[in-house]
Design a binder for this molecule. Sequence first.
Ligand SMILES: [Zn+2]
Ligand SMILES: [Zn+2]
Length: 95
Amino acid sequence: MRVQNVNGKHGPTCSCGSWLEHWMATARRRVAFCPVRGCFEPVAAGARVQKEGAPDGRWYVVPLCKQHDARAGAALELIDSALLVPADDGESCGR
Ligand SMILES: [Zn+2]
Ligand SMILES: [Zn+2]
């Protein structure tokens, strides 16, 4: 799956404290390694991404390593098992 790193763009916010916490609260699991294909660095942050070519334009959160999280605007190829959670899913926030 191809996504674009949209960190730094104006988008939805939430009250979880960090996007990594938002991801863990929504996905209800933890992840150790960056899901970018060929990358095996430890997860450092929750990055905001949009699916490439998706007409919905929705914002998602996926945990990435420090290097890929910092690559704002980059297109990233994720492994198939990467789990994206919606960034604007207020129901799971703050729990
Ligand atoms: Zn990475
Ligand atoms: Zn949240």
